[in-house]
Design a protein around this ligand. Structure first.
Ligand code: ADP
Ligand code: MG
Length: 564
């Protein structure tokens, strides 16, 4: 194929414009992104080679090399992974397959001095090379293709890129960065070493750099022909906990999740017994932009005996824990495990149950901690992910009680953070139910006339204003033997909370006002099921309630809004 020029997809052009004009902080992350692509490419090769060992050709040892050419002012990131065919290079380096690009731009748009860290989060990491390079040349050959079927892709990061066929003896990819005039820093071995140490130490493949020695004549460090491994080159989760620092855990999380913030908490365990596996799971501090998409795949990567098998293995984590990020490395599953097999595997079920329990205990230890900083973390977690966790009440019956204890609400006694246990501890003598009211907003809930009698008697009512709360109530009927009761439903039986005098007054009033009630019932018969005397109001003359077991007025409104 002779040289062809292609235009970037419009979205890519926009991304490139942003990358080269607004990412000034954390520029160095371009190396993390390119090294992580190289590592992904090696994982892919290893995976495809499970069925076709010939793909390894005569170089089964996978690694990543960083090459510096001080004369040409280039930095090359070389891997001997899966490589790309010409068509793949055109597709993968010229278009963006994933959604979310627009969110990326929106986030960067507000902040002209954008943080480069954001870039990896949106699956556009390759383009971060243009932060430091004014031209990128990629030379690649896909494993299994002839030496004559290599490809050279090249672009200056504006509107177009060029593609031509080349000879390439070695399988894999060279990403050659022609550094911008003021980016000489990235030609220094010590600088590269320090960036690799910071961001890529946990990469399980060796990352190699040419050893340098001091040349007195040139009074500079010069490269020798010896390669030296600059990272630990063992997968982080396989190391002993005592050998891993908090910082290393955090950096691993950032690469895994493409999040720029450190996670709230992690759990790292080797599980033995019925099923043998290692888990390293994280709870992020901030919700990703697409959390609300229930189709979003849970973010747990599956490895089998340290071989990467797949991203987002849905079977490993229930949907309501889709915010969890991490790695599970199984010792029992076969390497050629398929999605179908995952669904049926008993080992997978054991892993899923075990991991769910771990995540819940992680949350419990934050929520129940005596330490205020941990408690605040839980409050932060609840704000970001509380609504998602509630889905678990309907999805995970086995853990319903544990999930119920993790719920937090606003109430007539506190504006946030009320647990069901707090509520039960504050219940009045003789109170049998947990009272709740659902509404669109906190203000609407607080001003509801339904609350008058509860206020007067000092009885706490939980104010439920989250869209999923109605749904939640249909799955959570009681807590510690106390039923949850909506104050906007039925006759509100205050039971023992009502004194004799009140009961008597109610009966007398019902008798005295019978003619009026009959008249009202008759004139409202098309619209109201019943009209009755109530003690639930203190200041308001009347209110509308729905029958016990009927759809609440709030839910009816929600459904109407949703067009049902
Ligand atoms: P992501 O890594 O999230 O998919 P990137 O922008 O980092 O997004 O990379 C885009 C795509 O380009 C990758 O998905 C992959 O298909 C291809 N690619 C990038 N670097 C390499 C490489 N070193 N070897 C093989 N393919 C690569
Ligand atoms: Mg990438």
């Amino acid at each position: 194929m002779s040289k062809h020029t292609h235009a970037f997809q419009a979205e890519v052009q926009q991304i490139l414009h942003l990358v080269t004009h607004s990412l000034y902080s954390n520029k160095e992350i371009f190396l993390r992104e390119l090294v992580s692509n190289a590592s992904d490419a090696c994982d892919k090769l290893r995976f495809e080679a499970l069925d076709n060992a010939a793909l390894f050709e005569d170089t089964p040892n996978l690694d990543i090399r960083l090459l510096v050419d001080k004369e040409k002012r280039t930095l090359t990131i070389r891997d001997n992974g899966i490589g790309m065919s010409a068509d793949e290079a055109i597709a993968h380096l010229g278009t963006i397959a994933k959604s979310g690009t627009r969110d990326f731009m929106a986030r960067l748009g507000d902040d002209k001095k954008g943080d480069a860290n954001l870039i990896g989060q949106f699956g556009v990491g390759f383009y971060s090379g243009f932060i430091v390079a004014d031209r990128i040349t990629v030379e690649s050959r896909r494993a299994g293709l002839d030496k004559g079927q290599g490809v050279r892709w090249s672009s200056d990061g504006t509107g177009e890129f060029e593609v031509e066929t080349i000879e390439k003896a070695e399988r894999g990819t060279d990403v050659i960065l022609h550094l911008r005039a003021d980016e000489d820093d990235y030609l220094q071995a010590w600088r590269l070493r320090s960036i690799v140490g910071k961001y890529s130490d946990h990469i399980s493949l060796p990352i190699l750099l040419k050893k340098e020695v001091w040349d007195a004549e040139k009074s500079a460090y010069v490269a020798t022909d010896d390669w030296e491994t600059v990272n630990k080159a063992s997968a982080l989760w396989t190391r002993a906990k005592s050998e891993i620092t908090q910082e290393q855990y955090d950096e691993f999380y950032k690469t895994l999740s493409h999040d720029s913030e450190a996670p709230l908490a992690h759990t790292h365990n080797r599980v033995e017994g019925r099923s043998e596996y290692t888990q390293l799971l994280y709870i992020p501090a901030k919700a990703p932009f697409d959390l609300w998409n229930r189709d979003k795949k849970p973010g747990v990567k599956l490895y089998v005996k340290r071989v990467f098998i797949m991203d987002d293995a849905q079977e490993l984590m229930p949907t309501y824990l889709r915010f969890v990020r991490g790695v599970i490395d199984s010792a029992d599953l076969p390497l050629n495990v398929s999605r179908e097999l995952l669904q049926e595997s008993r080992d997978v079920r054991a892993i899923r149950e075990g991991s769910t329990k771990r995540v819940l205990s992680m949350l419990e230890s934050l929520a129940n901690s005596e330490d205020q900083a941990e408690k605040d973390k839980y409050a932060g977690f609840w704000k970001e992910f509380g609504s998602v966790l509630k889905e678990g009440l309907g999805e995970d019956f086995q853990n319903q009680e544990r999930i119920a204890k993790l719920l937090r609400f606003a109430s007539t006694h506190a504006s946030e953070g009320v647990s069901l246990a707090d509520y039960v501890a504050r219940m009045k003598e003789g109170q049998e139910a947990i009272y709740v009211i659902t509404a669109d907003s906190l203000a609407a809930a607080q001003s509801s006339p339904q609350l008058e009698i509860f206020r007067k008697k000092g009885i706490e009512v939980l104010l439920l204003t989250d869209r999923v709360d109605e749904w939640m109530l249909s799955h959570l009927h009681e807590f510690e033997g106390k039923p949850l009761q909506s104050v906007a439903k039925g006759a509100v039986d205050l039971g023992k909370l009502q004194d004799e005098a009140e009961k008597k007054a109610l009966e007398e009033a019902a008798e005295a006002f019978k003619p009026l009630l009959d008249k009202l019932k008759d004139s409202l018969k098309e619209r109201a099921k019943d009209v009755r005397i109530t003690t639930r109001l203190v200041d308001s003359p009347a209110c509308v309630v729905v029958d016990e077991g009927d759809m609440s007025a709030h839910l009816a409104r929600l459904l109407k809004q949703a067009g049902q």
